[in-house]
Design a protein. Structure first.
Length: 458
RNA sequence: GGCGGCGUGGCCGAGUGGUUCAGGCAAGGGCCUGCAAAGCCCUGUACGCGGGUUCGAUUCCCGCCGCCGCCUCCA
């Protein structure tokens, strides 16, 4: 079965056929860098990272654009409140987002274009819209005329007559539903020169301009959170279609991470920021937690569920450790591929992963190392696609190569040697004392047929 | 008011018109172990409520209840 994806625009699961064979182009709405990232922000990025990895696994050359919206009302307002330059405020939070994406194992995008760097392209797009009578100048503002596009509202399922743009109904609008492409500058605000005067971009314009700049007038996948369906993506689509661009061919939207049943948002004060999360678990465990549920299902965050996920990941990790160090990347099972092909069915994919882990453990228990290795290679192929490969460079414990780690290893090994001797001598009191001592130090000891094994526990 | 989503066993979380319907975590029993740990095996008999369609519905239809989201910045 070929990859199928749920397309918001058509409201059904469609076979994914890239516009250009052998390639896939993705535009992901990244952050408006007005604050610190929380796990909801990161969830979306993770979902699209898995999709991207799956496309790559299937031999496609993927171009991934993840934008940074570094100019908008909130950035200007918040920076002013903090008494900092708007551009410093934006840059600071852009870095926080980048760090969060990186620490959770998102592959870097092909490019992370910033809105402020693409004013030229925005001006050009506005001009095309004006030329086609889809936009008009009013004072120093430029508005998009919603009535110029007959199927306006079709992406989000809104009826045009019911639609309201959140923006204040400015005086210059011909129709209250029209939205702003370009805002005239107010004194003291950041501004760029245009044929219509000094100003700054409206919210939706930058994505249309940047997507088509890098991916062409038509590209394959446009992704973002469900809240972006309307008005952001509806308006992006409108302005690009009105300009004559084919624009996105598949619209994907990921669901929320909620807290106590409510959407995480700064205004509710219920965000779980990334640095805070990483005190509770390892980054790879957070990644596991966030990508296991289906991307279109809401995740109701809880510490307990996160801990369960971490436990589940450790099971996989433990199996690969048991199977030995020389586990190559094998092939993913057909059921795993079928699961991901079915609208990125990660829950089913994880089920296949765990079934394979069990089969592998069973083989190990039976002493069939050859078979176990085959399962391990298959497991590794799956976790590789999911970005969860414990043997990958990303997740190799960085500290394991440090001087401290070597010193620790030497000491633990010495104690374990002593314990092996004690056990051989049937001095179990001594053997257990050593184990207790290590346990108290946060080191878990396991006896295996090949001798003792130890890991540092949280 | 317009549009949309959700309610599954102790918990998380899939899924399907029908004897055996994921997977994980936790729990109990067993195997293994000097004892553990890890691993493996077994056990739980669930689908918000009320109708309807059907030989049969958790799965389809209708109504209801509850929760949530978008329509205002938002991943």
């Amino acid at each position: 079965m070929a990859l199928h994806l749920y397309d918001t625009a058509t409201r059904d699961v469609r076979e994914f056929r890239p516009a250009r064979s052998g390639t896939a182009s993705m535009y992901i709405c990244g952050a408006t860098v007005q604050g610190v990232p929380h796990i909801g922000h990161v969830r979306g990025a993770l979902n699209y990272d898995v999709l991207r990895r799956w496309l790559v696994h299937n031999g496609l050359d993927v171009l991934l654009v993840r934008n940074v919206t570094d100019i908008d009302d909130k950035i200007v307002t918040k920076a002013a409140d903090a008494g900092r330059p708007w551009w410093e405020w934006a840059a600071t939070h852009e870095r926080a987002f980048e760090d969060a994406f990186t620490v959770l194992g998102c592959l870097p995008p092909s490019i992370s274009p910033r809105a402020t760097g693409h004013v030229t392209q925005m001006v050009e797009l506005i001009q095309r819209l004006i030329d086609r009578d889809a936009a008009y100048v009013s004072g120093g503002d430029v508005y998009f005329s919603v009535t110029s596009l007959p199927d306006y509202g079709s992406l989000s399922g809104q009826r045009p007559d019911e639609v309201q743009q959140g923006e204040t109904a400015a005086d210059g609008k011909r129709d209250p539903r029209d939205f702003t492409l370009w805002k005239a500058a107010k004194p003291g605000e950041p501004a760029w020169p245009t044929p219509w005067g000094e100003g700054r971009p409206g919210w939706h314009l930058e994505c249309s301009a940047m997507a088509t700049t890098y991916l062409g007038s038509e590209f394959d996948i446009h992704g973002g959170g469900v809240d972006l369906v309307f008005p952001h993506h509806e308006n992006e689509r409108a302005q690009s279609h009105a300009a004559g661009d084919g624009f996105a061919r598949y619209w994907l939207h990921n669901a929320w991470v909620t807290l106590s049943g409510e959407k995480m948002s700064k205004s509710l004060g219920n965000i779980v920021a990334i640095p805070e999360m990483l005190r509770k678990c390892r980054p790879v465990e957070l990644r596991y937690y966030l990508i296991q549920p289906h991307y279109r299902s809401t995740i109701e965050y809880s510490d307990e569920a996160l801990a369960e996920a971490a436990q589940g990941y450790r099971r996989v990790e433990q199996f690969l450790r048991r199977a030995g160090g020389e586990v190559r990347l094998g092939e993913v099972p057909a059921e795993f591929a079928a699961a991901l092909d079915d609208d990125l069915g990660t829950p089913q994919a994880f089920a296949v992963l765990h079934n394979t882990v069990r089969d592998g453990n069973t083989a190990l228990d039976a002493g069939d190392d050859t078979k176990a290795l085959e399962f391990a290679e298959s497991v590794r192929a799956m976790v590789h696609v999911l970005g969860l490969d414990p043997l990958s460079k990303q997740w190799q414990d960085a500290a394991s190569h440090s001087g401290e780690a070597r010193a620790l290893g030497t000491l633990v090994d010495a104690l374990l040697s002593e314990r092996v001797q004690a056990r051989a001598d049937k001095d179990f009191t001594r053997a257990d004392a050593i184990r207790d001592q290590l346990t108290a130090a946060g080191i878990a000891v396991e006896d295996t047929p090949n001798g003792p094994s130890w890991t540092v526990r949280d």
